[in-house]
Design a binder for this molecule. Structure first.
Ligand code: GDP
Ligand code: MG
Length: 439
């Protein structure tokens, strides 16, 4: 039944069109859920404005209701924010490609170096050399060597006594000698950005002239991620982002913020401690994930439910004032597809539940379809002022709806009965009358 109803009322389901009002309500939910997912405030603000601009006045596609429409627009805009195309490492056409890994301590540089090495070796058949340029912590060299062994990739090191820049210099010569075609430099990090770190990285950059400078950012760091990434990018001109620790309960907000504020593409997402836990970044899939994780879909649906409640409230309000027009009837009928049950809807219209009990669903269904068509054939003025419906207007409406004038008359009668009921409820008709009706 509900399928049939959906078909019958598809044209008027809900409000049929995105309006400024229902948009704002839904966008409020979208905004909240993005902020809850840790997306930067400025990013959220411009994002929501973009979505609104795209969505306002847009007709609802055949298969979509307004809330689904908003979800689709949100999804598409997310994808734009995340970068529309899949970004990959730019390899030199010939010879040796160099990649320098940078980032704060603990963000996953060393781990990501090994993961990318493994990926390029297995998937792209590269001859990879890993270079241990983090000479600040001796354990860092060991860490890279262990990782290298596990993926069968050679690791170059001069030991902790040699400076990072000198290590890089020797590594370049070594790699050329061995005809390596991809050299990945793991570097030292600090807990915070400081002069010394940036100077060392700058010197390495001048020496190596890397094809890619990849910044690892920890998805779990929330809003700070943006400040750090901005700083690194301003000083070193980062070419790609590796977002790490996406396996935690990070909701993708950090990734979204950092991508959109630095405008640097995300190349990989790291989602675990094992060497295989590396994913190529796909904007469309991430958009799905952020939507799912932020539960925006659910939230938008809830917002839509709230809208329905508001429709109900508005109708109730008008009824209290003794008003019930074709527009109110239309709004009520519009709830049917959502309610999925004729009986439920009938119960919402005062006075009609008695009638409903005497009708079977089949008959009701076609009856309502007819009513729908008739109201939709009326002008806005006619819907609000049913008393203007004289013969010529009735004729036109009947033609438009493909029904007989008799059907139009029946609906007008029905409306008048409902108006009578609402007037009684609002107290505009005196109580004795009501008592008389009941007898
Ligand atoms: P570095 O200081 O930037 O080189 O960071 P490391 O590569 O040494 O990583 C720091 C810690 O984070 C290590 O314990 C890693 O195992 C862990 N780690 C790195 N990447 C990920 C990731 O994607 N997910 C999880 N859960 N842990 C990670
Ligand atoms: Mg390290």
């Amino acid at each position: 039944l509900s399928e049939r109803l959906n078909k019958a009322f598809k044209n008027i389901s809900g409000q049929g069109k995105l309006t400024e009002k229902n948009m704002n309500d839904m966008l409020k939910e979208v905004r909240m859920s993005l902020l809850e997912a840790d997306v930067n405030y400025e990013v959220v603000k411009s994002f929501v404005e973009n979505v609104k601009e795209k969505a306002l006045g847009q007709e609802v596609l055949d298969s979509l209701n307004p809330s689904q429409m908003v979800v689709k627009i949100v999804h598409d805009e997310l994808q734009v924010l995340l970068g529309e195309e899949d970004a990959r490492i730019h390899f030199k056409k010939q010879g040796m490609t160099t990649v320098m890994m940078v980032g704060l301590q603990g963000t996953g540089k060393t781990t990501a170096s090994a993961k990318i090495a493994n990926y390029c070796k297995n998937k792209l058949a590269r001859r990879v050399l890993l270079v241990a340029c983090d000479v600040v912590r001796p354990a860092a060299i060991e860490q890279l060597q262990t990782l290298g062994k596990s993926i069968d990739v050679e690791v170059f090191t001069c030991g902790p006594e040699t400076s990072a820049v000198e290590t890089a210099r020797q590594a370049l010569a070594y790699a050329k000698d061995r005809q390596k075609d991809l050299v990945i430099f793991d570097t030292a990090g600090r807990l915070h950005i400081d002069e010394a770190l940036m100077q060392e990285l700058q010197q390495m950059k001048d020496l190596v002239v890397p094809d890619e400078i990849l910044l690892t950012v920890d998805a779990m760091t929330g809003q700070d991620i943006v400040t750090v990434a901005k700083e690194f990018n301003e000083q070193l001109s980062v070419t790609g982002l590796i977002v790490t620790k996406m396996d935690g309960d990070a909701r993708g907000g950090g990734l979204l913020s950092v991508r959109s504020i630095t405008n640097v593409p995300v190349l990989f997402v790291s989602n675990g401690e094992k060497v295989d836990d590396l994913e190529e970044f796909h904007p469309d899939r991430m958009a799905d994930r952020i939507l799912g994780m932020g539960d925006i879909v659910t939230l938008v649906e809830q917002a839509q439910d709230k809208l329905d409640i508001e429709v109900q409230k508005k109708t109730a309000e008008r009824m209290k004032q003794g008003v019930f027009t074709f527009n109110d009837l239309l709004a009520q009928l519009g709830q049917v597809s959502k309610m999925g049950s004729m009986q439920k809807m009938m119960n919402m219209i005062p006075g009609i539940n008695k009638v409903a009990k005497n009708l079977d669903d089949e008959k009701m269904n076609s009856q309502m379809k007819k009513s729908e068509a008739i109201i939709l054939s009326m002008t806005e003025y006619e819907r609000e002022n049913p008393s203007c419906l004289k013969a010529s207007r009735k004729n036109r409406i009947a033609k438009g709806a493909g029904v007989k004038v008799m059907d139009v008359n029946r609906l007008i009668n029905q409306l008048e009965q409902m108006q009578m009921m609402t007037k009684m409820m609002s107290g505009k008709v005196k109580l004795p009358d009501m008592a008389a009706l009941q007898n």
